[in-house]
Ligand binder design. Structure first.
Ligand code: PA5
Length: 398
């Protein structure tokens, strides 16, 4: 279960009339989403596809030592965040999943090649466009390693391609070579693709997809809360609160804040508007950015994500450690609020697969609504093309 507190440490920053005005636009914003042609992630995934994903995951675990997921941005952050959140801090007991494709560091790729040299691994290359440079380079480097190890027929078994249904170089290659493929539907953009094979296949290797599916669609019940969250963020932006700091109290949720940054950053940051998303991991960052938040430039607000109960139980001098962690959270909100920082709170009863999947749906809805409230298209990212063009020119490929 998820609870929300958008009042206690926020109300004085919000004008009632402005709030009501934006709240009254709800139906209109919801219709904009439905008419956008990019709301495929609100539809139910078919049982047939789920079965195929589960069966493929089972085969991968049976045949290989590990799988390398190659992707960047919205094509990998959902499953990466999920995996980081639920695997053990120490002694990883999961089937090994390596995430690559997010860096052009030759040191990283060289070490990865060495690491994989004697492993029986497969690749899941994920790219909706099929043209992303980082993904392409990593894929080619790893495919070359596979080519050195295996004959053509065997090689095929080691490659899975997750891409557009019809378009793109990857789709062409996969069809020509006879690779196993999954599709990212036309009406779902990268950062909204959690409920597609792009994320569900890597997740299915170690977690129960049924929990993910149940939790994700439970997010549909949070439509009102997601809209209210979008409205409050929009009103805070108008009060010159241009930065949203996501605060978590579990180290393993750091990757989830990376997913949040990508979701909101690429969704909203257009045409000179949008809230810059950042994050602090507590209590670690209270001893670094905490100073700025408490007493520095008042350009930010915070969204705290609290976990009420932990399965693992540990006491310190008679008090459960989780209780201490939560007391710190409450105290930090009070302190930051007293320093002029509006604080919103999202309370997760437990940190489990179902709850996180619900939260993912909630944030996707909120981000999309927020885009419409800002008057921009939540589903494109034209700004990303600018650096890509510069790179192509510099490499003489334009
Ligand atoms: O959210 C998005 O749409 C982007 O972050 C993309 O996922 C990212 O740029 C990777 O694109 P592609 O899947 O086409 O390789």
């Amino acid at each position: 279960m998820i609870k929300f507190d958008f009042k206690t440490y926020v109300e004085p920053f919000i004008e009632k009339e402005e709030y009501q005005k934006l709240m009254s636009k709800k139906e209109d914003v919801m219709q904009q989403l439905q008419k956008s042609g990019m709301a495929g992630w609100t539809d139910r995934i078919s049982n047939e596809l789920l079965k195929e994903i589960k069966e493929t995951a089972k085969q991968i675990k049976h045949q290989f030592d590990c799988m390398v997921v190659i992707g960047i941005g919205g094509s990998f952050l959902g499953s990466y965040a999920f995996d980081q959140m639920f695997k053990n801090y120490f002694e990883n007991k999961n089937f090994e999943v390596i995430y690559a494709g997010t860096t052009l560091s030759s040191k990283y790729l060289d070490e990865l090649l060495n690491y994989l040299k004697n492993k029986n691994f497969c690749i899941d290359v994920i790219s909706k466009s099929g043209t992303t440079m980082e993904t392409t380079i990593t894929y080619k480097v790893l495919k070359d390693l596979l080519k050195r190890k295996y004959e053509e027929e065997e090689l095929k078994k080691h490659i899975i391609v997750t891409t557009d249904k019809k378009e793109g170089i990857l789709r062409e290659e996969a069809e020509k070579e006879g690779y196993k493929t999954f599709e990212i539907p036309n009406n779902i953009g990268g950062r909204y693709s959690f409920i597609t094979p792009a994320h569900l296949l890597p997740i299915a290797l170690n977690y129960d997809l049924d929990d993910v599916i149940v939790g994700y669609y439970r997010g549909k019940r949070l439509t009102d809360q997601a809209y209210e969250y979008a409205v409050i963020r929009n009103l805070l932006f108008k009060k010159k609160k241009y930065i949203e700091n996501f605060c978590v109290y579990e180290e393993n949720m750091a990757s989830f804040t990376e997913w949040l940054k990508q979701l909101f950053g690429e969704t909203e940051g257009k045409k000179g508007v949008g809230i810059f998303p950042t994050s602090t991991i507590h209590t670690r960052d209270l001893h670094s950015l905490g100073q700025f938040i408490q007493e520095g430039n008042k350009i930010l607000f915070e969204t705290f994500i609290k976990v009420e109960k932990q399965e693992e139980y540990l006491e310190y001098e008679g008090t459960p450690l989780q209780e201490i962690n939560n007391i710190v959270e409450d105290s930090v909100m009070k302190a930051h609020y007293s320093g002029g920082v509006p604080c919103l709170e999202i309370i997760l009863q437990e940190l489990d697969a179902e709850t996180i999947s619900t939260l993912i749906y909630f944030f996707q809805l909120a981000a999309a609504y927020s885009g419409f409230l800002f008057g921009i298209n939540p589903f494109d990212q034209p700004g990303v093309e600018v650096y890509k063009k510069e790179v192509r020119e510099a490499l003489g490929k334009e």
